[in-house]
Design a protein around this ligand. Structure first.
Ligand SMILES: [Fe+2]
Ligand SMILES: [Fe+2]
Length: 363
């Protein structure tokens, strides 16, 4: 019986030459072809196939020089590896989305188990800007020490820990004596002064991008460090719960109400017990009740420790600094619709005293 004619093409020849140049053995080269071609190669040896092909057809280069037409089968891209593996790319993107969504969902309400009985307090530190010449650094350390020495009182940092000037704003380092390196040394030292319930990265902190030093400073320490916002669900030992919602800035400004941003958020659906923010370096406070759930929301805008602000003076911003470290006290012995479930003290020392007094009471 006659053997079927096997058609060897210029592409086959090129493929063999390329594989051979790349170090592939003759035996492995035979393996990659169809069974009929493989059998022929094994019978005659691929080296002989190459020689015969060259003698019959000539090298492509020689054919081009001779002005001969290039057969269609020579113009193939089959031997060129694709730059993108689409299946691998789809899998990678799918895993990336799943990871990002899990992170996003987990942060909607971060559960925090409170391990101490009785009332607790949160001292909300307004924008520190610790390296700014207008920052009252002594007050910053004084309040951190107060938190450290008051049982049941925790710190919360609303963000903008340092000026962290970058890009064109880096020119503003000319207006302060503290260098960028010294600023982070100060921040690290101050952050070690007390225990933190939360630590927000403000817009100034985020100018560092992926190199946000707060991330490394807070590693291995208690408290939640997050960019721009955090929402926590506190669970107390007696089963009572409270939600605390902090943002560097709650959107919304009103010339008539400096607490408009967090108040608006509470009335637009964020029915949390405490909503606090900073960023615009002014103070405001408002209490609002949700008639459906009975939840009373304490809405705070906290001023900065940067007491003297040349930018504010230059832009004719009025002095709205009333408090920069209010203390919110949560008494889990009260029901969440009670007027004393959450109380707010604008003076942190009074807040610490009230917390100590409340914790000593039987109920
Ligand atoms: Fe800010
Ligand atoms: Fe700020």
């Amino acid at each position: 019986m006659a053997q079927p004619r096997i058609k060897w093409t210029q592409a086959d020849y090129k493929r063999i030459k390329k594989l051979r140049t790349g170090g592939t053995s003759w035996r492995e080269i035979a393996e990659i072809f169809s069974p009929t071609k493989k059998a022929q190669l094994e019978e005659h040896h691929p080296r002989n196939f190459v020689k015969r092909f060259e003698s019959e057809h000539g090298e492509p280069y020689e054919r081009e020089r001779a002005g001969m037409a290039t057969p269609h089968e020579e113009a193939t891209t089959g031997d060129i590896p694709e730059p993108i593996d689409i299946e691998e790319l789809k899998q990678r993107r799918s895993a990336e989305f799943a990871r990002k969504k899990a992170n996003y969902d987990a942060k909607k309400l971060i559960p925090v188990k409170v391990n101490i009985d009785g009332p607790i307090g949160i001292a909300h530190f307004g924008d520190p800007h610790i390296d700014d010449p207008g920052c009252d650094i002594d007050l910053l350390y004084k309040h951190a020490k107060l938190v450290r020495n008051t049982p049941g009182l925790f710190g919360g940092n609303i963000g903008d820990t340092t000026n962290n000037w970058v890009g064109r704003l880096a020119a503003l380092y000319a207006n302060q004596a503290t260098t960028a390196k010294e600023a982070w040394a100060l921040a690290e030292d101050w952050l070690k002064e007390c225990e933190w319930l939360y630590m927000i990265a403000g817009n100034h902190d985020l100018w560092s991008g992926a190199r946000d030093p707060l991330h490394w400073i807070m590693k291995g320490r208690s408290g939640i460090h997050n960019e721009l916002q955090v929402r926590m669900g506190l669970s107390f030992p007696n089963g009572n719960k409270a939600t605390v919602h902090i943002r560097h800035h709650f959107k919304g400004n009103s010339m008539w109400n400096t607490a408009h941003g967090p108040n608006r958020a509470a009335q637009m659906g964020w029915r949390d017990h405490i909503l606090a923010c900073g960023h615009i370096h002014t103070s405001g406070y408002q209490v609002v009740k949700d008639p459906a759930s009975g939840i009373v929301s304490h809405c705070l805008r906290v001023a900065a420790y940067k007491m003297i602000d040349t930018y504010a003076i230059a832009n004719n911003f009025e002095d709205g600094h009333i408090f920069c470290c209010p203390v919110t006290i949560i008494d889990p012995r009260k029901s969440s619709d009670s007027p004393s479930f959450v109380t707010t003290c604008f003076d942190p020392e009074e807040g610490a005293d009230r917390l100590t007094w409340l914790r000593a009471r039987k109920s």
